[in-house]
Design a protein. Structure first.
Length: 352
């Protein structure tokens, strides 16, 4: 096992399935727009062997896996069952979405929530995500008021099962993924909308996926994401693709701090690091049309952990606080206490 940075290291944002586009076999020439839409009939396969390899190399004890486009809740459940000591999973109702895409069902938030309820009732899944589930099929303009009503129904399901929900913040440039910041999934581009959700459901933990920085060099989503996290006790930040300096604001904010930060990378998504020496930041995660599509497994852990190391060195952070970011906060939010080898691994003081 690689040298672990903390006592029990959890990557809270992982995709253990990988897309097989099979361009050659299908005689398709890849283009960015089709890729951004996720190619409706893309095949996915269990990629957990590569993930387990990376976890071993870099000292990661456990991963929270989740579906992205084309991936399925069912395959994630199989991966969890095969390695219950290594993985837990979120769910997002992928079988329902598949039926909708095949025209067998007309999407409704009620139908989608029924599927989430069914999945969570199995006890296999520990939360809802990635991001707030939605129709995933193009819709006419939808206002935040309408979308908020849908999200409230999702939050009711999370409340029933006492599980956290993830809220996607920002997105990449590169492969036209930013199309999703438009009308249909507008909340991705508006982290401030999460204020409404957090205030209405103070008992349901909300994780700000990517903590305002999924990729690109601009910090345009960071401050509003941090404002939500600082304003509500039930809102947590995922920090994995932060370059070192981005850790400063949430660490220093008296209403955020390590207790509300959790490391999570997006392992399994194809987001390489871009290197721009002399620029700030000198490296950042994003896709590049100049490079093409990564056929290799992008290494997230080496880069992300180095950024965290750098931040820890600059701020001389106590190890008990580092341990919260790397695992303790996730243990609390996903209620994973029974997965730990010992009790009392994470910071806890008795008030006198
Ligand atoms: Zn992701």
């Amino acid at each position: 096992m690689g040298i672990a940075r903390g006592r029990f290291v959890i990557d809270t944002h992982v995709h253990a399935q990988r897309h097989a586009f099979k361009f050659k076999e299908r005689g398709i020439k890849p283009d960015w727009a089709t890729l951004a839409e996720g190619m409706p009939d893309v095949q996915v396969y269990d990629n957990s062997a590569r993930l387990l390899y990376d976890m071993e190399r870099y000292g990661v004890d456990m991963c929270v896996i989740m579906p992205a486009f084309g991936m399925t809740d069912e395959l994630n459940a199989e991966i969890v069952k095969a390695h219950p000591d290594k993985f837990v999973s979120l769910c997002s109702g992928t079988a329902y979405i598949k039926k909708v895409k095949e025209g067998k069902e007309k999407w409704s938030i009620e139908g989608h929530c029924e599927e989430l309820d069914r999945l969570l009732s199995t006890g296999i899944y520990v939360g809802i995500g990635e991001g707030m589930p939605g129709s995933m099929v193009p819709r006419e303009s939808i206002s935040w008021d309408e979308r908020f009503k849908e999200i409230c129904q999702i939050m009711e399901v999370a409340r029933k099962y006492k599980v956290p929900v993830s809220y996607h913040t920002g997105t990449l440039s590169g492969y036209a993924g930013a199309r999703r910041l438009g009308r249909v999934t507008g909340e991705w581009g508006n982290p401030s909308f999460a204020h409404d959700i957090a205030a209405h459901f103070p008992d349901v933990p909300i994780i700000m996926d990517h903590g305002g920085m999924q990729g690109w060099w601009s910090e345009m989503y960071m401050d509003s994401t941090l404002h939500v996290a600082a304003s509500h006790p039930n809102v947590y930040l995922e920090t994995g693709l932060y370059w070192a300096e981005l850790y400063e604001k949430p660490l220093r904010d008296p209403n955020i701090g390590p207790e509300k930060m959790m490391w999570g990378t997006d392992w399994g998504a194809s987001i390489p690091q871009q290197w721009v020496p002399g620029f700030y930041p000198s490296s950042f995660a994003d896709q590049s049309r100049r490079q093409g599509i990564p056929a290799h497994q992008v290494d997230y852990y080496g880069w992300s952990l180095r950024q965290l190391d750098k931040a820890i060195d600059v701020f001389d952070l106590p190890q008990d606080d580092v341990n919260l970011i790397l695992g303790g906060t996730a243990v609390k939010v996903f209620r994973l206490e029974d997965r730990l080898p010992h009790t009392r691994l994470f910071k806890q003081y008795l008030p006198i």
